[in-house]
Design a protein around this ligand. Structure first.
Ligand code: FES
Ligand SMILES: [Fe+2]
Length: 317
């Protein structure tokens, strides 16, 4: 599976502090938990004994204890105790699979089997970071990322917020590419009635878009001089080919607006997107034609070509 060459976001950096949590990545059931030192561990959520879900278990002496017969596993997935046989040393074959984890951008990222690309890197962004989510969404991860890159829906889905029904036109823009082939728009200008949580009225906004990895993207917005500079990322975890778990992060120069007000704004915007996103058919993103494309869709088209060039086969059709 080509997708295994990238790292995948699976949880907030602080998740599983209160006990094991069940997760899903590429249709695989996983369990996130923390050892006695609080270090996160991501294991297959299927006991090597009789297949019970380890996420239904609990911690015992810094190990994860299966709910069925109490076998215990360490952070590397090794079985360290079989309570029915005290003193027995379980063989390696009793281990469960362990997926390497890294922390970045306020999230935990998993290696699903041989990640060779580096974690997505951000160009310089404002220092204040807020991470929103998870948003579990009934569409494929690439449909959600394409929506994040799409501006011509603003006048309809975000009317009065990010778009104005009197100005649905998308000015011409140019798509360029990074040295490693990721699509970028350096400058896209749009009129927005309410561009951010602190907007008092409409504003011309300059956008910069950059695809960061197959299911991740960044946009930076600059409003009028003196206004805040905001960057947003979408981090999409493909849970199944037709569902995903999303996080959004905001990086802002706005040091004053309370986090709750910034969160409320993002939740409102995504609650406008979600029903339309979940209505799209097919749920998998078509990479081989079958959907009409216009001049305003240049970035979407470039994103699809990029996924194809990466060999992405999951969540697409
Ligand atoms: S199924 Fe896990 S200990 Fe038996
Ligand atoms: Fe939207």
């Amino acid at each position: 599976m080509k997708e295994a060459a990238w790292w995948w976001p699976v949880a907030l950096a602080d998740d599983a502090r209160d006990g094991p949590v069940a997760l899903q990545l590429f249709d695989r059931r996983l369990v996130l938990w923390r050892d006695a030192q609080g270090r996160p561990s991501l294991l297959a959520d299927q006991c090597s004994h009789r297949g019970a879900r380890l996420s239904m278990g609990r911690l015992h002496g810094g190990a994860l204890q299966c709910p069925y017969h109490g076998w215990r596993f360490d952070a590397a997935g090794r079985c360290v105790a079989v309570p029915a046989q005290p003193g027995f040393t379980p063989p390696d074959s009793s281990s469960v699979e362990c997926l390497p984890l890294r922390e970045a951008h306020g999230l935990l990222w998993a290696d699903a089997g041989g990640a060779s690309h580096p974690l997505p890197a951000l160009p310089s962004v404002a220092p204040r970071r807020l991470v929103y989510g998870p948003f579990d969404t009934a569409t494929s991860a690439p449909r959600a990322v394409e929506n994040f890159l799409d501006t011509s829906h603003f006048a309809f889905v975000h009317e009065g917020w990010l778009g104005d029904a009197q100005h649905p036109e998308v000015p011409p823009y140019e798509v360029t590419h990074t040295a490693d082939g990721r699509p970028v728009i350096e400058c896209y200008r749009a009129w927005q009635p309410r561009a951010s949580a602190t907007s008092a009225g409409g504003d011309w906004v300059e956008y910069r878009y950059e695809v960061l990895s197959p299911y991740a993207a960044l946009l930076t917005k600059r409003g009028q001089a003196g206004g805040p500079e905001d960057s947003y990322t979408i981090w999409a975890c493909p849970t199944t080919p037709e569902s995903c778990r999303l996080w959004f992060a905001q990086y802002t120069t706005d040091e004053d607006t309370p986090a709750q007000a910034l969160l409320d704004f993002q939740v409102t915007i995504f609650s406008q997107d979600q029903p339309v996103l979940e209505s799209q058919q097919p749920k998998r993103l078509p990479l081989s034609g079958g959907e009409a494309m216009g001049a305003a869709d240049r970035l979407s088209a470039a994103y699809r070509r990029y996924l194809k060039a990466c060999g992405i086969g999951y969540g697409v059709c």
